[in-house]
Design a protein around this ligand. Structure first.
Ligand code: ATP
Ligand code: LTN
Length: 337
């Protein structure tokens, strides 16, 4: 055995199964999961515990969790290379959450932008889970000693909070956790709503014209692009202040793996109609292989169930180690007289 081989750094990320994933989730997160899986010890999870911070029907949550798992695989995550699992199948996440909860401050949690936005959106259900959600996310990350966290720009603040909690814990109890860093892609980190391009595209937006789902049919994609909000300038330039046009150019770049400048050159001298149909075609081409593979996988429930079981089993080996280390350090030893 080659004893000089360095252990790979771990990466972890998760997506909530609140609805069908959008191209924002794909370009901001999922695409990078696939790109990183060969170079890292990768853990990718369906964040179903997080999803109940907004009220979800249990039957729907169950179905969407399986569908999101299938979509991970369809997008190219290889369960033989990466540990892919559903969060609630590894109960150690909630065990570590309690330990971290006692090391997180209510002041820092109340500064989280996502908490402020989501509580403004659903004033009738500002539950304690919505408030403590970033601590569960910190547990997801720290339990696998993950070094890099591939996320869209909106999650940067949560990863920074995780760093603070990890450093605080390490200072108090001795070196325990790897301190993680966000990995945010240059292009695609913040895909905007097609209807309100100042707002991020979100899978739970009330207006379906605001987002493109990974599973949207080509006709629907063309229709939604036609309705996308632009501006009255008529010229195609890369100006972030012209949010609608800039967003379409970013989506095109993300689909074609090019730069914004390449996208501007491609549409030089053209009108918004050409831009919209060019972007729609690029999206359709990107999503087609994922959609085909998704349909195939979803028809094989036995395979999905088995992969979920194997993924959870593998994740649990690492998760257990971290929890026993942390519990021991905090004085929660088992059966010691
Ligand atoms: P919801 O609408 O349910 O709050 P969401 O669409 O914001 O969900 P999440 O499950 O919160 O999606 O996020 C999963 C991953 O996708 C995260 O890494 C997040 O940063 C990324 N992501 C979400 N929306 C976008 C977007 N518009 N652009 C780029 N990345 C995004
Ligand atoms: N909070 C994230 C989803 C999420 C996550 C994680 C991302 C849950 N646990 C751990 C990265 C690492 C969100 O809402 N997008």
């Amino acid at each position: 055995m080659d004893t000089t081989t360095k252990k790979k750094d771990a990466v972890l990320s998760g997506i909530q199964p609140t609805s069908v994933l959008t191209i924002g989730n794909y370009f901001g997160a999922l695409k990078n999961y696939v790109a990183m899986q060969d170079d890292f010890d990768a853990y990718y999870m369906v964040a179903n515990l997080h999803a109940q911070t907004v009220r979800m029907d249990p039957t729907e949550l169950r179905r969407r969790s399986v569908e999101t798992f299938a979509l991970f695989l369809a997008a190219g995550i290889d369960p033989n290379h990466s540990t892919v699992f559903v969060q609630s199948h590894v109960p150690e996440h909630t065990q570590l959450t309690w330990a971290l909860m006692c090391n997180a401050y209510t002041g820092e949690l109340s500064r989280m932008t996502q908490f402020k936005e989501k509580s403004a959106k659903s004033a009738e259900n500002i539950n304690a889970g919505l408030f403590t959600y970033p601590v569960l996310m910190a547990a997801d990350i720290l339990i696998y000693q993950a070094k890099y966290i591939p996320v869209g720009a909106d999650q940067k603040q949560h990863v920074e909070l995780t760093r603070d909690i990890a450093i605080r814990f390490n200072n108090l109890y001795g070196e325990t956790f790897v301190v993680p860093e966000p990995y945010i892609p240059k292009i695609g980190a913040r895909i905007m709503s097609l209807q309100e391009p100042e707002k991020k595209m979100s899978k739970s937006d009330a207006n379906p014209n605001a987002y493109i789902r990974i599973l949207d049919e080509p006709d629907l994609i063309v229709k939604k692009l036609k309705r996308a909000v632009t501006d009255s300038e008529g010229e195609i330039t890369a100006n972030p202040d012209r949010a609608g046009v800039y967003n379409l150019l970013s989506i095109y770049s993300a689909c074609t793996n090019g730069t914004i400048e390449d996208a501007v050159a491609r549409f030089a001298g053209k009108g918004y109609g050409d831009l919209k149909s060019g972007v729609a075609d690029a999206i359709v081409d990107t999503l087609k292989p994922i959609q085909t593979e998704y349909a195939r996988l979803l028809a094989d429930k036995a395979y999905l169930t088995e992969q979920m079981r194997l993924g959870a089993e593998r994740a649990q080996i690492t998760a257990r180690k971290t929890v026993s280390k942390v519990y021991h350090k905090m004085g929660f030893d088992s059966y010691q007289a």
